[in-house]
Ligand binder design. Structure first.
Ligand code: URP
Ligand code: ZN
Ligand code: ZN
Ligand code: ZN
Length: 473
């Protein structure tokens, strides 16, 4: 037969077009898109009926934390098996987790170790960003260029967190190496001295409840660091991605940088669209379930982030999935007996609920159209991080990474229904309209109607070409 699979009767949506068409798949790739690829013309052993459904390119989440080592005594709740399993249930076919360089470790050692964790355990495709914490001459001069040449085309730098944060001078050195080697740099922008100062003050006053996580990481700390990150990148003359942007002031810094001619990309996340700092102000220690950085703000800042998604301040929508267990002394409640927001590991789970939240609050409520949804959840990630056009679109020759959405299906998000390793979801009880009902990875159905349809190991590692060296899309 000329085809392995035909997807019939759906509405195909890409970042630019919407059309009623059928898709022919062979060897894991899309080989035909046409009207009525019926059995009289094309025979295929598998025919998937997509009548009434929306067919989009598989979601790409370019910001997830899986098996990332934390401080001593802190254990992240997802490994590659559970993290990528949750991803395919959430309409994703590719995730980009972070490979953390420990202090004193070479970048290459970190990558080799992280591959060992992923190998044979993934339900979707994966590709690694490198977190640079120890920018030695060896790391920047030898390892980074060699790794970029091997397809590790992006790095993340931190301006906060003890043990991870880089000085401005080290950020400059690292951005220069990124420019030379062709890596794209993501920046976590918060002013760490401001945070430390505010945190010491809060603790001295006995303010240790989870809600003080938000008051000690205020908008000025994010705004100032965003400004500084953009200025540092301007000095080097290299693009940056400002990740997990939570508020209008930081958005204005991105706009201002662009107006000066800098190439600055922006990312926001579901927590900044539907959670607020008030979520951290709950009885007992429950507010810890919402502790992430930057913290969710208020409803005015949620509206600002929506505006950023609509107007293009944000090119990327990612989950920043960083799961910890709540009923676990190695998670949100650690360490035993000491209850201060200072010790709550930063990060919340969200890889499985991220796209349904954007679909429902964005598309179903009329804030963004389906094409923008696809751009924000797939195409832009693929283009920016170097996976396009193999991934990120529905085109002849592209990987048959496809997700079928039922725009009419209404759900209530419940921890009991999720597949991640965390023991709670910050979105418990949240109602959504629109749900991913089938996930197809390189032509193979891996999830259908809420059931796992593949074995772990079906996901593959994907190397990437640095974005500005890739052929212009
Ligand atoms: O609180 C967060 N976002 N934790 C994940 C790590 C990071 O900074 O992205
Ligand atoms: Zn971060
Ligand atoms: Zn400024
Ligand atoms: Zn993150």
């Amino acid at each position: 037969t000329p085809l392995d699979t035909i997807i019939r009767g759906g509405t195909i949506v890409t970042a630019s077009d919407t059309s009623r068409a059928d898709i022919g798949i062979k060897g894991g790739r899309i080989v035909m898109i046409g009207e009525d690829l019926g059995p009289d013309l094309y025979d295929a052993p598998e025919v998937i009926d997509a009548t009434g459904l929306i067919v989009v390119p598989g979601g790409i989440d370019s910001h997830v934390h899986i098996s990332q080592p934390g401080e001593p005594g802190v254990v992240i709740a997802d490994d590659f098996e559970s993290g990528t399993r949750a991803a395919i249930f959430g309409g994703l076919t590719t995730v980009l987790p972070f490979c953390l360089q420990a202090k004193g470790q070479s970048l290459r050692e970190a990558v080799t170790w992280y591959h060992g964790l992923a190998e044979g355990n993934c339900y979707c495709d994966v590709s690694f960003h490198l977190i640079v914490t120890d920018p030695t001459p060896q790391a920047l001069g030898q390892d980074l260029p060699a790794l970029v040449a091997d397809g590790y085309a992006s790095i993340k730098l931190f301006m906060t967190y003890e043990g991870m944060k880089l000085s401005d001078r080290d950020i400059l050195r690292t951005l220069e190496a990124a420019k030379t080697s062709g890596a794209l740099a993501m920046v976590h922008a918060e002013n760490d001295d401001m945070i430390e100062f505010l945190r010491d003050g809060a603790e001295a006053r006995g303010e240790t409840a989870p809600k003080y996580h938000a008051t000690t990481r205020p908008i000025p700390a994010e705004r100032e660091a965003t400004h500084r990150a953009i200025a540092l990148a301007e000095v080097i003359g290299t693009p940056i991605v400002v990740v997990h942007v939570s508020n209008r002031d930081a958005m204005e810094e991105i706009r201002a940088g662009r107006a000066r001619g800098s190439v600055v990309y922006g990312e926001t996340c579901p927590q900044y669209l539907v959670l607020t700092a008030d979520d951290m102000d709950r009885t007992g220690f429950d507010g810890a379930k919402y502790v992430c950085s930057p913290p969710p703000r208020d409803t005015a800042q949620q509206a600002a982030c929506w505006e950023g998604l609509m107007t293009g301040v944000f090119d990327l929508y990612s989950s920043d999935h960083c799961p910890y267990r709540f009923e676990d002394e190695q998670g949100k409640k650690r360490p035993a007996g000491v209850k201060s927001f200072r010790y709550v590991p930063n990060g919340i789970p969200g890889v499985e609920t991220s796209l349904p939240i954007l679909f429902s609050e964005g598309v179903s409520k009329g804030r963004i159209d389906l094409n923008r949804f696809v751009a924000l959840t797939s195409t832009n990630h693929a283009k920016l991080y170097g996976l396009y056009p193999q991934k990120g679109t529905i085109a002849v020759g592209s990987d048959a990474d496809l997700v079928l959405w039922d725009p009419a299906e209404t759900r209530t998000i419940r921890q009991d229904d999720l597949h991640h390793g965390a023991d709670y979801t910050p979105y418990e009880g949240f109602q959504v309209t629109g749900w991913p009902v089938r996930t197809i990875l390189r032509g193979k159905t891996v999830m259908a109607d809420g059931a796992l349809r593949a074995d772990k190991g079906v996901g593959r590692y994907q190397g990437r070409t640095p974005h500005h060296r890739a052929a212009a899309p």
